[in-house]
Design a binder for this molecule. Structure first.
Ligand code: RUQ
Ligand code: CUA
Length: 667
């Protein structure tokens, strides 16, 4: 099998090479004869290799048209790609420590990973979500959820740095998160695993009685971007799987999919698949605001962390919050409704007009599409099937707009192209199916390799998709790449969706497990991208702004080294008077004010990572010397022709020895 693949790959390579040379000459015409051009090929969805290669080719020195942000899943991070090239630009550390960037290792960023469970070096990051203005991704922030220990992170897209992480209390498995409203008023965060609220020691078999769900709404400050847990809604103990905001006519509503309305607590693959229908929960968050203003919320004591990174002081700080406002549906009529939806829906996706709410019932072949208009109608006429814990359940026939007989199996997620079409992934049959909103007819289907989870169209979950490309985020890779032992990278596949038929252009490997992704035109990010940190704006308490100001202070066991870097030396580069067991803090300021000139800093034997300090920035490495002797340190980033000379020594004396404290450069 590998032989066959390898042969295949060789042929592909030949084709690519051919197409590259054709690119520059008349031979291009010949190639068009051999293979039909894109439009013609469009009819069958089959594309020649040279045509596909041209469409993803970004010449050296040229930029991609789109940024794509793909979650790292179990890597805990977010990776940044260019489309259509599929080139990887950066891995942004979010929920996992990253030794390359000292994230979670330097003193400045350690507080970002603080939680009510203590410092956590890892999480499972699922769904990136761009901030929106007027229903359109605006390129300001990227949010992402931590699934394991419930949190939401915010990444500032001027610096591509994680600048806030807020913990979500009363939650277990923060999966239906962090989906934004059209003006980023709120991010939704529904709990996947219901738990006792507040937590308590009970029998697991008492699930139905003691376990509850929480739907959280995190507000985002319009000016500062500061996230706050505005309120939670206490709901029946189901699994709240995914969410998407209403938009346009349904602005003001948030939709959550649920499974396990059976309230099973064991062998869910059987026990949570009993009922024919679970629910999509529709929450009227504008109503929630009214109830909040009317003082209807209960104050629940709790404890969670809100960690923020301040770009001015270049420090993260942790704040502990002890209280949360909780609304209870039975006390708040009109707050939320359940829409019966077959069968254990996974994704819930709202079309760009806000009229259609698509339930991706993963155990069914058909997709159920609800109508927002019909839903409002049913609510106004109080046509309820039943009421569960104060939540009216509407009748299926009263809310359903249509069914897509897809012919696929295992629908998971749907995105939109803004031209009246929807695209749904099918895990079991490994395909993307294109269908028409309103008529529900299937227009096209394309095989993917293999077992697709999410898909991403830039802006494809907003009011204004840029419907040019579609990225299929596949779970299983198998024979797509050269083998790399038992573990293979996961694979993304890029499609051109401008024609009637989807056309597959490219495979590219991804980092970790991209669940969801977001895409946005580069033009919305590039103009605001920061190139350096200005030294004069560096308010880090241990910043050293010139070599003259460098020093070493020692008080008892605590040593603070105020150090600077500039091509190609550290100041100071000789330090004496440090003892075994001291608590040494190297505060290193990079004095460079040039784009893309970081310096690194590494100390032999440090139980820590390196530092990688951007121009104008200060970072702190903690070091506890273990043995007496001479310890070298050096710059890890090849910064200049004399980078290898960028090194220094610390003399470590035995505990209790009184070696004179001194530091120097060039003596
Ligand atoms: S969810 S595909 Cu978080 Cu579908 Cu992964
Ligand atoms: Cu600084 Cu290498």
């Amino acid at each position: 099998m590998y032989n066959k693949t390898y042969l295949c790959m060789k042929t592909t390579l030949k084709h690519v090479l051919t197409s590259c040379s054709l690119f520059f000459g008349l031979l291009f015409l010949v190639s068009s004869c051999i293979a039909p051009n894109g439009e013609k090929a469009g009819a069958s969805g089959v594309l020649s290799v040279s045509d596909a290669a041209q469409r993803v080719y970004v010449a050296p020195g040229k930029y991609d048209e789109f940024y794509a942000f793909l979650s790292g899943g179990f890597s805990g991070q977010v990776s940044v790609y260019g489309l259509p090239s599929g080139r990887l630009f950066k891995v942004m550390p979010v929920f996992a420590v990253d030794a390359e960037k000292a994230y979670g290792f330097n003193e400045e960023t350690k507080p970002m990973l603080m939680t009510s469970f203590g410092f956590l070096p890892w999480d499972d990051a699922h769904h990136p979500e761009l901030s929106q203005t007027n229903g359109t991704p605006d390129g300001k922030y990227l949010f992402i959820n931590a699934n394991n220990t419930p949190r939401i992170a915010k990444i500032d897209l001027t610096t591509f740095e994680t600048t806030e992480i807020i913990e979500i209390p009363n939650s277990g498995g923060n999966h239906s998160s962090p989906f934004t409203t059209p003006n980023t008023d709120y991010l939704a965060a529904g709990t996947r695993f219901s738990v006792p609220i507040p937590q308590k020691d009970v029998a697991i078999a008492s699930y139905a009685k003691n376990f509850k769900g929480a739907l959280s709404f995190i507000s985002v400050d319009k000016k500062s971007g500061d996230m706050n847990l505005a309120f939670q809604i206490l709901v029946p103990g189901y699994d709240y799987d995914l969410a998407h905001s209403g938009k346009g006519k349904s602005d003001g509503w948030m939709f959550f999919s649920t499974y396990n309305s059976e309230q099973a607590h064991s062998l869910l693959e059987v026990n949570a698949s009993q009922k024919d229908k679970d629910f999509i929960a529709a929450v009227n968050w504008k109503k929630a605001e009214e109830y909040l203003a009317a003082g209807k919320a209960h104050d629940f004591p709790t404890s969670y962390y809100d960690n923020s990174y301040d770009e001015s002081t270049q420090m993260a700080t942790s704040k502990q919050v002890k209280n949360v406002k909780v609304l209870i549906p039975s006390e708040c009529p009109g707050l939320m409704y359940y829409l019966p939806t077959p069968k254990s829906p996974h994704g819930v996706d709202v079309d760009p007009t806000g009229e259609y709410i698509v339930g991706n019932g993963k155990l069914s072949a058909d997709l159920t599409v609800h109508s927002f208009t019909k839903m409002i109608d049913a609510i106004q006429n109080e046509k309820y099937d039943t009421i569960i814990e104060g939540i009216p359940v509407l009748k299926f026939e009263d809310v359903v707009a249509g069914t897509v007989s897809s012919g696929g199996l295992g629908p998971l997620h749907t995105e939109f192209d803004g031209k009246g079409n929807a695209y749904t992934t099918f895990f079991i049959t490994s395909e993307v199916v294109k269908w028409k909103l309103g008529t529900w007819e299937v227009l096209d289907r394309h095989q993917v390799y293999y077992s697709v989870g999410h898909l991403m169209i830039p802006g494809g979950d907003s009011e204004h998709p840029w419907g040019k490309y579609l990225v299929s985020l596949n779970k299983i890779t198998k024979d797509r790449y050269l083998p790399t032992g038992p573990e293979l990278d996961q694979s993304a596949q890029l499609f051109d969706i401008t024609g009637d038929k989807m056309q597959m252009l490219l495979d590219f490997p991804t980092v970790g497990e991209p669940h969801y992704g977001q895409g946005i035109p580069a033009s919305l990010i590039v103009p605001n991208s920061k190139k350096i940190y200005k030294l004069e704006e560096n308010n880090h308490p241990y910043a050293t702004k010139s070599e003259k100001a460098t020093k070493v202070l020692k008080k008892g066991n605590e040593v603070h080294v105020y150090m600077t870097t500039i091509r190609s030396h550290f100041a100071p580069d000789n330090i004496e008077g440090i003892n075994v067991g001291d608590d040494v803090y190297f505060h290193v300021t990079n004095l460079e004010q040039d784009y893309d000139v970081p310096h690194g800093f590494a100390v032999m034997g440090a139980r820590n990572s390196e530092l990688l300090i951007m121009p104008g920035q200060t970072e702190t490495l903690y070091w506890k010397p273990q043995t007496a002797g001479i310890i070298p340190f050096y710059c890890t980033d090849f910064c200049s022709a004399l980078h290898q000379e960028m090194q220094g020594y610390v003399r470590v004396s035995p505990k209790g020895t009184k070696t004179e404290l001194k530091w120097s450069l060039g003596e």
